[in-house]
Structures are given as structure tokens and as C-alpha cells.
Ligand binder design. Structure first.
Ligand SMILES: *Cc1c(COP(=O)(O)O)cnc(C)c1O
Length: 407
């Protein structure tokens, strides 16, 4: 899924060796296809309904009142750092000092990049759960690290993807610097259990590894409970915890994220972050500080609303003939296309807009070992109910068409 690399004068490729394998992301390609064909876009994971009006109004007020229109403080505005610390205490009993143990970033994406740039020496191995969010591989590469995938495997019996703890243990070598852990997990919807996380924590302590955790779906857990890895014994001092306002408040365009960790870890991450963006999103920081303090009813409403839409899309996909892995969290459902007579997710997704007017993402783009993900396709359900209902109606046409499609 990479774009061609033009040769510069002198014949050398323009894009350097670290990034040569990362061209345009599949999301841009699929979203362009959605626009061209007028298809319903269940590819990229952004909500089609904006977050709470009170929070959006808070951002407008901040702009009008002249709060955050100029460079905010490097670590983030104090109001937001306090709100992040209060959030970690309120939901998880984790205590962080807003002065020294919280850092505001340009979304979780910058927090991940800055963490890897700060903590990884060239050649260090970074373990990440595969399939993985598309920025991980590129960020590890930019840090000159070596990525070591540990693959979550589809388990037909439970209808979920599971982590094999033995495989994780076997992946650790003397060169392993850190585990980049994403739970709730995009794209599979897996939510690691308390026992699984306890085992990951033990492994980190035993092998003296750092952990960087991507918890952007912390409030979108439909079955089970989200446990931050930092809460497990021995983990506070070795975990960089990352989250963001994008998914929790349906404001993915604001790009306000944050890091919590010990002073030493946060200082290290900040050393890299300050030369990436320095600071960002001044007025939005004031609004997100208010958002984090919303009452439980807000968080529960967000979760319950998305759970209902998960159920709607999962049932529709099943009826349409897909194999469905019901996600315990996130915005996404992974499906098996083989019951529809297809085997290659990329071909399937490239033809789906023309065939029935729906866009999805082939899961294999989230893998290093492409064959592992070949027959799987991801659908996003963070869309309005009538959009999902119409998408399901269209997908039902597949059962009739699948014999003719040739893939
Ligand atoms: C959406 C997403 C992000 C990006 O978060 P931003 O705050 O928009 O940068 C990071 N990780 C995962 C797993 C995501 O799905």
C-alpha cells in the first residue's frame, strides 16, 4: 500500500531508508475511493457526530476570551494537566503530580512518536501487538528501533482475538527495550483481561522492560473492564501511559492527547516532544480540561451508545454472511470474508464500494506478515445509526453477488 518513490536528481530515492516502506496510508486511499464512489465510509475510525456541545462551546469561549491563542506552556496548560491527573485518580486510583508527571501532546499519535524517539536507542527491539495501529511501525522506524510483532490470533471458539502470553514471553530478547501495548486494541477490539495484563506486567518487571501503553479507547469497553498497565505491581515506574481526547469525546480533529508517568519518564518524553510540535491546540486544551471532568453519565452514555451500534453492525454483518469477531471495545469490528467466498481482503475492499457502496479497510495492512491478515476486513461502527442501517442494507446484497465477484 505504498506510493511510488520518485528518484531525486542523482538517482537516490527521496524518501529515506527508515521510511521507505511507509507510503500513503491505506486510509487516504480508501477514503478517496469513498468520495469518488459516494460510498458509505466505514473505513476510517472517526465519528460522524461531534462530541458534547458544552465542550465545543468551551473551545469557542477560550478562543473568544483569548485563552490559549498564543503558545501554551510546554507541558500543557495547568488546568488540563490537573484534569488529566484527576481523571487517572477518579477512574483508576492512579496518582500523578500534575506539575511533573503529566504532559499534554498533539494527540496520542505524537505521544507515541515522542515516547519512542525518547526511549529507544538505534537497534533496540520494540514489541508491539500485531495487527497494529498504523503509526506504530513508522514511529518505531523513525526512532531507528526494530519492531518485533507479537500476533493476536483469531479464536473461533470465543469469536475474539487473543494474545498468546507464551509467544509474548518468547519475543523478549536481551535487546528488547519496551513493549508498546494497545488495549482496548485497534483493529481487533480485544480488551486484555486483568490476568493477561498481570502477566505482561510480571514479564516487564522480570526482564526490566519499559512499557508504553496506548489507551485511547479506555472509555469504550463494552464487555469487561479497562485496566491500565501502570496500576500493576512494579509498573508505575516503568510505564508511559498514553491517552487522548479524540475517541473519549468524539473530537478526533482536536488532537489533544496526554502522557502520564513518573517525572523521569515524562521528562524524557518531553525532551523529544518539545522539538516535534513544541505545543499545540491551545484553546482546545481548556475545553478538554472541562471535558475530562464530565460526570459519569457522560462516559456511560458514550459507551452504551457505541455498544448499541456495535450490536447493530455486528448483527447486520452476520446476516450479510460475514464471520464476525465481536469486539469487547473500540470503534471496530473485524470480519472474516471467507464465508462470502472471498479470500483477499485488499481485493475485497477495493471492489466493495463499486459492488455495494460501502468502504471498509483490509486488516492485512496492519500486519508485518501479510498472509496472516489476508482474509479479514475491518468495519467502523462509530457512525450514526441510520448510516449503519443503510450500510447493512447494502451489505446484504453481497450474499446475492458473492458468487459473481470472482474474488
Ligand atoms: C485513533 C488512535 C490513535 C490516535 O489518537 P490521536 O489522539 O488522534 O492522535 C492512537 N492509537 C490508536 C490505537 C487509535 O485508534
Amino acid at each position: 500500500m505504498t506510493a511510488g518513490h520518485a528518484a531525486a536528481p542523482g538517482g537516490r530515492p527521496l524518501l529515506n531508508r527508515r521510511l521507505a516502506e511507509f507510503g500513503t496510508t491505506i486510509f487516504a486511499e480508501m477514503s478517496a475511493l469513498a468520495v469518488r464512489t459516494g460510498a458509505i465510509n466505514l473505513g476510517q475510525g472517526f465519528p460522524d457526530t461531534d462530541g458534547p456541545e458544552s465542550v465545543r462551546e468551551a473551545a469557542v469561549r477560550a478562543v473568544r476570551d483569548g485563552r490559549g491563542n498564543q503558545y501554551p506552556p510546554g507541558p500543557g496548560i495547568p488546568e488540563l494537566r490537573r484534569a488529566v491527573a484527576e481523571h487517572q485518580l477518579r477512574f483508576y486510583g492512579l496518582r500523578y503530580d500534575p506539575e511533573t508527571e503529566v504532559l499534554v501532546t498533539a494527540g496520542a499519535t505524537e505521544a507515541i512518536a515522542a515516547s519512542l524517539l525518547a526511549l529507544v536507542e538505534p537497534g533496540d527491539e520494540v514489541i508491539a501487538l500485531e495487527p497494529y495501529y498504523d503509526s506504530y511501525a513508522a514511529s518505531i522506524a523513525m526512532a531507528s528501533g526494530t519492531r518485533v510483532p507479537v500476533t493476536l490470533r483469531p479464536d473461533a471458539a470465543s469469536g475474539t482475538y487473543r494474545l498468546d502470553l507464551d509467544e509474548l514471553r518468547d519475543a523478549v530478547t536481551d535487546r528488547t527495550r519496551l513493549i508498546l501495548l494497545n488495549t482496548p486494541h485497534n483493529p481487533t477490539g480485544t480488551v486484555l483481561t486483568r490476568d493477561e495484563l498481570a502477566a505482561v506486567a510480571e514479564l516487564c518487571v522480570e526482564r526490566d522492560l519499559l512499557a508504553v501503553t496506548d489507551e485511547v479507547y479506555e472509555h469504550l469497553v463494552f464487555d469487561g473492564t479497562h485496566h491500565p498497565l501502570a496500576a500493576f505491581p512494579g509498573m508505575r515506574e516503568r510505564t508511559v501511559t498514553i491517552s487522548s481526547s479524540g475517541k473519549s469525546f468524539s473530537l478526533t480533529g482536536w488532537k489533544v492527547g496526554w502522557v502520564t508517568g513518573t517525572r523521569a519518564l515524562v521528562t524524557a518524553v518531553r525532551s523529544a516532544k518539545q522539538y516535534l510540535t513544541y505545543v499545540s491546540a491551545g484553546p482546545f486544551q481548556y475545553a478538554v480540561a472541562e471535558a475530562l471532568a464530565l460526570p459519569d453519565a457522560y462516559y456511560l452514555g458514550l459507551r452504551d451508545g457505541l455498544r448499541a451500534r456495535r450490536d447493530l453492525l455486528a448483527a447486520g454483518l452476520r446476516e450479510a454472511g460475514f464471520g464476525v469477531f465481536a469486539p469487547a471495545g473500540t470503534y471496530f469490528i473485524t470480519t472474516d470474508i471467507r464465508p462470502l467466498g472471498a479470500t483477499d481482503g485488499i481485493d475485497f475492499c477495493l471492489s466493495l464500494p463499486e459492488r455495494v457502496g460501502v468502504v471498509a479497510v483490509p486488516t492485512q495492512v496492519f500486519y508485518d506478515h501479510e498472509p496472516a491478515g489476508a482474509p479479514y476486513v475491518r468495519f467502523a461502527f462509530c457512525k450514526a445509526e441510520d448510516v449503519l442501517t443503510e450500510a447493512v442494507r447494502r451489505l446484504h446484497e453481497l450474499s446475492g453477488l458473492s458468487g459473481l465477484s470472482g474474488n
